[in-house]
Write a protein that binds this ligand. Structure first.
Ligand SMILES: [Zn+2]
Ligand SMILES: [Zn+2]
Length: 238
């Protein structure tokens, strides 16, 4: 699907000055607001056939993956439009670890152009970073991706409804079991306004689902009736 150029008005004007006019991946000059050439945009790995519950890429279209049939996750549905593979993974890595906000903007525009979820929530809650990591990185990549989506869909963004109360080890090198232990009890939920009935937790990459599971647990414990999860990209099962 071609990127909707109207989406560009959502982006802060301050970022426009930083935008390269060449493709972020191959360097071809003269690109538009997406900062990707048509060939690189076409290479983005779309998560077309996937589990409705956890967005795991499947070899053929099926309603659920084997794991969700055996043991359903605590959320109701997942929307994850891309697979965490080259070349999207390269942009995500530059955005998350290299301070490359132009790559983040391109990822936001790709997400917005990827489609519309079946049903919109009452609020979007980005997965928070612990203050120590936020200070080091300077921004929360989940919040940066959530902002344009919330504007596009007209859904309130509750960036402080979840708080990370404990600094956790980076999840990258951990096994699935270690990841669950690592994030257990690391989040707190609080709502300053009325409690929304239906919330989406948003993260950049969905890997094992350990972070989502913990966030959904505390949001439901706080009284939210329905919680879904959205992420930009789904990593393969581990
Ligand atoms: Zn290119
Ligand atoms: Zn599944």
């Amino acid at each position: 699907m071609p990127v909707n150029l109207k989406a560009t008005h959502l982006v802060d004007a301050t970022l426009d000055a930083l935008l390269p006019s060449h493709c972020l991946l191959c360097g071809t000059r003269g690109q538009g607001p997406l900062s990707l050439c048509a060939a690189c945009e076409a290479d983005m790995p779309r998560n077309a056939a996937c589990c409705a519950r956890c967005a795991l890429p499947l070899a053929a279209q099926a309603p659920l993956c084997g794991r969700c049939i055996r043991h359903a996750p605590p959320w109701d549905a997942a929307w994850v439009p891309f697979r965490y593979e080259w070349p999207l993974a390269q942009l995500e890595s530059r955005f998350k670890f290299g301070g490359d906000l132009a790559a983040g903007r391109t990822l936001s525009l790709l997400w917005i152009a990827s489609g519309v979820p079946h049903v919109l929530p009452d609020a979007i809650v980005p997965v928070p970073l612990h203050l120590s990591r936020l200070r080091k990185r300077g921004y929360n990549q989940a919040l940066e991706l959530a902002r344009p989506l919330a504007k596009r869909f007209g859904v309130p963004l509750l960036h402080d409804a979840l708080r990370r109360t404990r600094a956790t080890d980076a999840q990258t090198e951990l096994t699935a079991v270690q990841r669950r232990r690592n994030v257990r009890g690391a989040f707190e939920a609080s709502f300053s306004g009325p409690l929304p009935a239906y919330v989406v937790v948003l993260d950049d990459v969905f890997t094992t689902g350990a972070t989502f599971t913990e966030c959904v647990r505390v949001l439901k414990k706080a009284g939210v009736a329905r919680v879904d999860v959205w992420a930009l990209a789904r990593a393969p099962a581990r």
